[in-house]
Design a protein around this ligand. Structure first.
Ligand code: ADP
Ligand code: MG
Length: 679
């Protein structure tokens, strides 16, 4: 890298004015800093071009010579995929060629890939196989201000790798000035080298201000508050959208909600009520943006609205910083975001709608003023805004740490307490995670990873409880079935497809697959019917109200998990029930079903609950009231002891999902240590 000639192997973009983005005028300065310092911190307003442009500059400057790859991490899957598509488009290639992405269970890269967008979690996983991440010449940790759990762990790991790979370049990019902490974190390492470890934070905003240019946020945004709090923020958001639509000049609207259910219902409400608009009046086009959407669906929000139509995008926090949509003039901020919260006493991790931080609210408002002056409608009072926390608590301080501790152990980092975290996790969370991993058999009495169980659990791309279940399956003779269950619970979207207005019929169709013992066996049943009777065809799904995309994904995930197991030398004997063509569908007889339930207990014992006379559940520690989710078979059914896969919090209630009946005795049989600790 002697000079900065634009020796590009890429076809230059002809159709995009990327040269007008604020970052463009800092191109040479950036390349110089990255060449000179091992760590460069880039702070720039959202939309200034950090994510889409920097990797292209680097590639053009020759950082991919010798077949090396530039990695750009994102905390969110949706960001990794949409940004990869955008950059591929600018570069003029197909996604998966020079520009690709890789997220869990979906690798869209090839030998030709030079710029690779991936989730931070996946890069950590790659370190298991390639501890020095040697295929990358540059690793850009994007959206570092979000402080996701994996970002924090990754930063610590990169700090270690850096000592062994002085030629590696690390770029940390952030949309907010909280970058100071990041700078300190890497500066503290400076004595390891003659040169300072990090450049002074290259603050694009400052540089731009000095030169009298414009920052990523270019125009003023009027912020409006409610005079009194809203009772139902989804309803208030919908009303506000119509107010804007009927009273305000042209410009698209971005509404921040917390999750899929809220977004889907808001989109539906807008469609219904927009039917009352005068046919010649400007129309409203509602669009969703959240993580469960297919890649095609995600891309609609970026397309220009048809003539005489105003776009209104209902998005999760994804649109706060990681994804930029042009043309937004109005922002409606409900003031909530779904955040992970882990209760170390009950061992239950929930996703809960939580008030945003001030930093988030400011960031959200900023999305309105990118192309001309905009307006932000905060659906809360000004005094509520004043009482918000300054910044969101980093995820590492409020998550179940078992998955990352397992990974750190597998990376050879045994002393978790002494690991260089940018922010240390609370001791209580570390202890609880170690206890769980110990009970699962992943750690031994000295908190060392067990062989082969712990090592394999870390390698499998599913959470520790499911990993343990999979690895116990051979001894219960149900590996093929558990593999299917693991795939079906990893799909991450809804298995059931709800045709509009046909809820009743879907319920009836669904009951056909239902298995008395619970949801896991029901999922198995659906899968087996899909691959045998349904011949993996869309028609089967349509007839049975099953989501074809989700099923196709399950097939692919299953194949990937199977490859892991085969690499461990485990033989997966496929045992699709031969009578699956007949009704009622069968999951292989009562004995097999019991083996499957026992096997699930070996992994999910920590998620056990007992049904109460009133039909709700209590977890084993006793305190927490859990409700069967309406999507579960156990909704309104009798059971005694159950294990569950997932917890969701909606409003005041905590719901459990994917529930299977078990026997109390199995808990002590398969997790004696854990249940000793509890009592
Ligand atoms: P940053 O990372 O600094 O927030 P980005 O590199 O993501 O900025 O975005 C730079 C610009 O590229 C945005 O302002 C937007 O105009 C454009 N852009 C980014 N992604 C897309 C997309 N998927 N479709 C259309 N335009 C996009
Ligand atoms: Mg970005």
């Amino acid at each position: 890298m002697a000079d900065f000639d634009l020796a590009s192997s890429f076809i230059p973009a002809l159709h995009k004015p990327a040269s007008l983005l604020p970052i463009a005028r800092h191109r040479e300065a950036l390349l110089y800093l990255i060449e000179t310092y091992p760590v460069t911190i880039v702070v720039g307003q959202t939309g200034s071009g950090k994510t889409t442009q920097i990797p292209q500059y680097l590639e053009q400057a020759g950082w991919c010579a010798d077949g090396k790859v530039i990695a750009v991490t994102q905390p969110r899957r949706v960001a990794a995929t949409t940004v990869a598509m955008r950059v591929a488009d600018e570069v003029g290639c197909k996604v998966g060629a020079e520009v690709g992405y890789s997220i869990r269970f979906e690798d869209v890269t090839s030998a030709a890939t030079r710029i690779k967008f991936l989730t931070d979690g996946l890069l950590l996983r790659e370190a298991l196989v390639d501890p020095l991440l040697s295929r990358y010449s540059i690793i850009m940790v994007d959206e570092a201000h979000e402080r996701s759990l994996s970002t924090d762990v990754l930063l610590g790991v990169l700090k270690k790798i850096r000592r062994k790979r002085p030629e590696l370049r690390i770029i940390i990019s952030s949309a907010t000035l909280q970058a100071e902490d990041l700078l300190k974190f890497f500066m503290a390492d400076a004595d390891a080298q003659a040169k300072p470890a990090a450049s002074d934070a290259l603050t694009l905003d400052e540089l731009i201000a000095q030169k009298g240019g414009r920052t990523g946020r270019m125009y003023p945004v009027d912020v409006l508050y409610l005079e009194s709090p809203a009772e139902d923020y989804v309803e208030k958001a919908i009303e506000t959208v119509f107010d804007i639509h009927t009273k305000e000049p042209d410009g698209d609207i971005l509404v921040f909600l917390t999750g899929r259910e809220e977004i889907d219902s808001a989109v539906q409400a807008i469609s219904e009520r927009a039917a009352n608009l005068h046919p010649r009046a400007q129309q409203l086009m509602p669009l969703p943006l959240y993580a469960g959407l297919s890649t095609d669906q995600q891309m609609y929000v970026f397309e220009e609205a048809p003539e005489n139509t105003r776009k209104v995008i209902f998005a999760t926090n994804i649109a706060e910083a990681s994804v930029t949509i042009d043309g937004i003039i109005y922002v409606v901020d409900t003031g909530y975001v779904k955040l992970r919260a882990y209760n170390p006493t009950t061992g239950i991790e929930t996703l809960t709608a939580t008030p945003v931080s001030k930093a988030s609210a400011v960031q959200r408002a900023g999305r309105a003023g990118r192309t001309k002056p905009g307006k932000c409608y905060r659906l809360y009072t000004e005094s509520s805004f004043q009482s918000l926390e300054e910044a969101t608590v980093p995820e590492i301080q409020r998550s179940n740490l078992a998955p990352v501790i397992l990974q750190l152990k597998a990376l050879g980092i045994d002393n978790i307490v002494r690991f260089d975290f940018i922010t240390s996790p609370p001791a209580e969370l570390v202890i609880r995670a170690l206890e769980l991993l110990y009970s699962l058999g992943a750690l031994d009495d000295y908190a060392k990873l067990t062989k082969p169980l712990g090592v394999r659990m870390a390698e499998l791309a599913v959470e520790p409880m499911m990993a343990k279940t999979l690895l116990s399956a051979p001894s219960f003779g149900c590996l093929s079935e558990i593999l299917t269950i693991a795939a079906m619970t990893s799909v991450g979207g809804n298995i059931w497809f709800q045709h509009e207005g046909e809820k009743k019929r879907m319920e009836t169709a669904r009951r056909k697959f239902a298995v008395e013992e619970g949801d896991h066996l029901t999922l198995l049943n659906v899968y087996q019917a899909f691959v045998t009777k349904g011949r993996k065809e869309a028609k089967f799904c349509h007839d049975h109200y099953v989501n074809f995309k989700a099923m196709t994904r399950a097939v692919s995930i299953r194949a990937q998990l199977k490859r892991y197991l085969e690499r461990f030398g485990l033989n997966v004997e496929e045992t699709l029930s031969s009578n699956a063509n007949k009704q009622p569908l069968s999951v292989g007889g009562p004995d097999k079903a019991e083996q499957i339930r026992r096997c699930l207990t070996t992994g999910f014992f920590a998620h056990a609950a007992k049904m109460q006379p009133d039909g709700t559940f209590r977890n084993v520690a006793g305190g927490t009231v859990l409700h069967a989710h309406p999507s579960s078979l156990m909704f309104n059914r009798k059971a005694e002891w159950v294990i569950f896969h997932e917890v969701m919090e909606t409003g005041e209630k905590i719901f459990i999902r994917d529930i299977t009946k078990i026997q109390k005795g199995w808990l002590v049989e398969y997790a004696p240590e854990f249940y000793k600790i509890q009592r």
